[in-house]
Ligand binder design. Sequence first.
Ligand code: ARG
Length: 265
Amino acid sequence: MVRWRRILGGLAAALTVASMGTLVSASPASAEPDGPQKVVGGTRATQGEFPFMVRLSMGCGGALYSPTLVLTAAHCVNRTGATTSITATIGVVDLNSTSKVTRRSNYVYRAPGYNGNGKDWALIRLSSPVTGFATLPIATTTAFDSGTFTIAGWGAATEGGGQQRYLLKATVPFVSDSTCNSSSMYNGQIVATDEICAGYTAGGVDTCQGDSGGPMFRRNASNAWIQVGIVSWGDGCARPNKPGVYTQVSYFSSAIASAAASLGG
Ligand code: ARG
């Protein structure tokens, strides 16, 4: 069931912006377990807080890996190859801001072997570099694959809701593969090598449709942001016992770096 949902979600992300929503960010205490949640939280990010955040025109998020490359989810793109069909918006929390910076894509690299089961990463190359925005380094070891993570995006603020104009953010705790794969959660559907879960057992805070491809990140030992996840999938949004599932970036860091090099950095 969840696998099916993943594939449908990916198609929806690729085919329609209208279906895209915002970051679900109700506090766990105020979440309503049965039924649609009221918009409670997801606090707004401040302008410049996450300079690496990218909004993609197919209704996904992304992060600046370099001045010309955006790291996103494989399920947000169709294939590897040249394409000018994607527009990336950078540098603003307000998507309607006149100070936004936009770039067209010129190439997409989708993770080799991607079939909707793990391997959910892709790189989008911009037609020209952006300047003045900090990039988001990716974790190259599992050292940061635990603790508390920050999530951010312009996706749905409630399950089934619409996309957001302003960037929302929240924090979610790490959930181990064994817990995430337990019968009360995803019952073996997590690809432990490829995926990392995060969220509250009680639900209430999560990424949601339209946040896909965006980064999950935390501070490293030097207090700098480091990317540990890519928004991938979940059963609904912010439901109890259904944490968000993210691509485990550390596992793919070498493959991502090689692909980036092949795309010219
Ligand atoms: N697949 C969704 C998208 O295309 C993201 C779903 C994230 N879901 C979650 N419960 N964390 O936008």
